[in-house]
Design a protein around this ligand. Sequence first.
Ligand code: UDP
Ligand code: MG
Length: 339
Amino acid sequence: MDRTLLTVVVAAFNEEAALPLLHPRLATVLDGLRAGGVESRVLYVDDGSRDGSWRVLQQIAAADPRVALLRLSRNFGKEAALTAGLDLIDEGAALLLDADGQDPPELIPQFVAKWREGFDDVHGTRTLREGEGWLKKSTAHGFYRLIGRLSKTPIPADTGDFRLLSPRALAALRQLRERHRFMKGLFGWIGFRQVSIPYQREARVAGDSKFNFWRLWNFALEGITSFTTAPLRLATYLGVVTALLAFAYALWIVAKALLWGDPVAGWPTMMSVILFLGGVQLVALGLIGEYLGRLYTESKQRPLYLVDTWRPASGVSSAQAPAGDSDAHRTPVARGENA
Ligand code: UDP
Ligand code: MG
């Protein structure tokens, strides 16, 4: 198989400050790759930015014939934006990169080298995270350990979206059209030959993180509910344990009434038991609700994203029009004029 074409996919949401800093670094790296016999392109996906990102991207594309642009109709979230970008790649490998410089583009040649050795999924594993608070670091650490234990799919710890996917890994990923996209899990699910490259995660070059705590919490819930049903089982066990305890307690109450009579008392115990059981039941219901809600969105079969504008790279001849979602033959993709 010839391993000579690479597309770098960058999802950007409100990154007007970071993009002009990132692109020159990326361009230098890609020039180096060309010298080594690998042609590369860049595909920026504007995930419905509300700042000047799109204008900045158009300037970048006008100056660099390797750059293609895709603008989504609104902010669909990073996972959908990456999916949109990956859907467009019809040849060669893909490399996912954050727009904020936290994944250093200078490491790309190492990724490419591993790919040329025959690996399908080369991912960066963070050994150090700079510019992030201890709370984010420790919760992220805990989350990766938890999901690693709960999920049957191998999900490498401390590994984000900074990775290279071979054409067959891309083709495999494209078959997974679920709406709740926990990408780290999807990458793990497809398998193939994986290898990790340790790297130090740098601080953002500009702008602010788009993931606040609430978003990260939801992201964690997404990961857990998408890749394991362990919480449902936990509810079952909790129910069984509570029922056993309740049974033992009932025996005790009956015995006590028979031995010492039954003066009306025990209001506090009754209240605590009722409240406790009510709480346990609500938690279990909520858990079921989490899964049911996901089933509901999944059943609607909506496309994962909609395209506003597609601007192919001017220097690449085989640029094809975006297929949008793979369901596009049924769902017309709102496609704007080429920019
Ligand atoms: N991003 C995106 N859509 C979103 C949120 C983020 O495309 O809705 C992009 C963002 O522009 C960046 C990458 O995803 O390129 C990672 O986001 P961020 O740096 O905010 O996350 P963090 O590194 O803090 O986890
Ligand atoms: Mg970042």
